[in-house]
Design a protein around this ligand. Structure first.
Ligand SMILES: Cc1ncc(COP(=O)(O)O)c(C=O)c1O
Length: 388
């Protein structure tokens, strides 16, 4: 069972000041200095790779503008994200359209705006990109099994190695620009070796495509770099070492540009949600866990708690006191709005209505995923602290 955590990384003094200020709950406070720190650390750990922030993790305009200022590029999933990046000051040449499922008119619009690169994993999608963005760079996405990831992205995305070779050759035949391969090892990936395994497949695709006249110009290492939640994982330098070694071992004979697309890793630890306890309910069954109902839940941003995939470290005003097993749930009239039940949290016995609690490492896929007003609850509010 998971103990609550009271000293997570990424909670700066200025975030603490916001948490003490009595803002109405629930809200997410995001510290852009932490994002900048993550960005710079990743750049120095994996210096050869250009960083494309996966906008879907958190598209707040101030966050995008800060990343533009830091020199970051952007992985976008829709024309809405293209426009958000352009509005934040990014040149279109710094964008890559990484979604393999695109509306034809959005491909044409993005191409018209100057977005240079489009991902595909299927012949019909390639034909769409050829027609709507003639001559654009094409990146073919390989399938990964997502083994070791808290949030696997397998099955829905990517193609096998043979199909990837065929797509690259077809893209070359149809006069498309730079050819690339991408993969995503699954989000919150706990196994650095997942990148090595994927790079071995990339090398076999690159060899076969080069033999057929379609040499690779780019390898996109995808997302998946983790953040700190409840389990200890290697630091990013450990991941970078496995990736660099994998590139040396598998791809030394190919002259390729490198790209990496972190979402969660750059923003999760920059964000803290403060919520209020609405109800502490004893179970009828004396031996069962009690239920803690918060004013934040699955519909107000905590979608990644579904399946208990992501366990946010929690802090309460009673940390250090006696604990008891607690189911944690959101406030809406829907039974899927339960965060942790299969593995209840150990939370202080003294926790009571009106207490404010914090959920740490909550900057990714929370404010981006909140509903517009299910049950009349407003979307999760976000307070962004600027670069200092
Ligand atoms: C194409 C692509 N790149 C990057 C990411 C970011 O992944 P993560 O947040 O695990 O870094 C995603 C996430 O879904 C994605 O779909």
């Amino acid at each position: 069972m998971t103990e609550c955590t009271s000293s997570p990384r990424g909670c700066s003094d200025r975030v603490e000041a916001v948490l003490r200020s009595g803002e109405p709950t629930p809200f997410l406070v995001t510290d852009l200095d932490v994002v900048a720190d993550r960005y710079r650390t990743l750049r120095s750990a994996l210096g050869d790779a250009e960083v494309f922030y996966a906008v879907k993790a958190n598209a707040h305009p101030d966050l995008l503008a800060a990343l533009v200022a830091l020199g970051c590029c952007f992985d976008v999933a829709s024309i809405g994200e293209v426009k958000a990046c352009l509005d934040a000051g990014a040149g279109p040449g710094r964008l890559s359209f990484g979604n393999t499922v695109k509306r034809r008119s959005e491909v044409a619009a993005a191409h018209g705006l100057g977005v240079p690169n489009f991902a595909v994993d299927d012949a019909a999608e390639l034909a769409k990109v050829v027609a709507a963005a003639p001559g654009a760079a094409v990146t073919v996405r390989l399938r990964c099994d997502g083994d070791g990831a808290a949030w696997p992205l397998s099955r829905k995305f990517g193609c096998g190695a043979e199909a990837a070779v065929d797509l690259l050759v077809e893209a070359r035949r149809r006069g498309m620009g730079e050819l690339g391969i991408s993969f995503h090892v699954g989000s919150q990936q706990s196994r650095p070796e997942a990148w090595d395994e994927a790079l071995a497949v990339v090398a076999s695709v690159a060899d076969a495509a080069a033999d057929r006249g379609a040499p690779l110009g780019l390898v996109n290492l995808g997302g998946g770099l983790p953040s700190n939640y409840d389990a200890a994982l290697p630091e990013v330098e450990g991941y970078a070492k496995v990736i660099s070694d994998g590139l040396d071992r598998h791809l030394a004979r190919h002259d390729v540009r490198l790209v990496i697309e972190p979402g969660r890793h750059l923003v999760a630890e920059a964000g803290v949600i403060q919520a209020e306890v609405l109800l502490v309910s004893r179970s009828d069954d004396d031996d069962g866990p009690r239920w803690i109902f918060l004013d934040v839940g699955v519909y107000t941003g905590l979608v990644e708690a579904m399946g208990e995939a992501i366990r946010y470290p929690m802090r309460t005003p009673h940390d250090g006191g006696p604990l008891c097993p607690s189911v944690v749930a959101g406030p809406t009239c829907d039974s899927v709005d339960v965060l942790y039940e299969v593995t209840p949290y150990q939370l202080p016995l003294a926790l009571a209505e009106g207490d404010r609690v914090e959920l740490f490492s909550a900057g990714a896929y929370t404010s981006a995923c909140t509903t517009v007003g299910f049950n009349g609850f407003p979307p999760l509010r976000e307070i962004v602290l600027p670069l200092s």
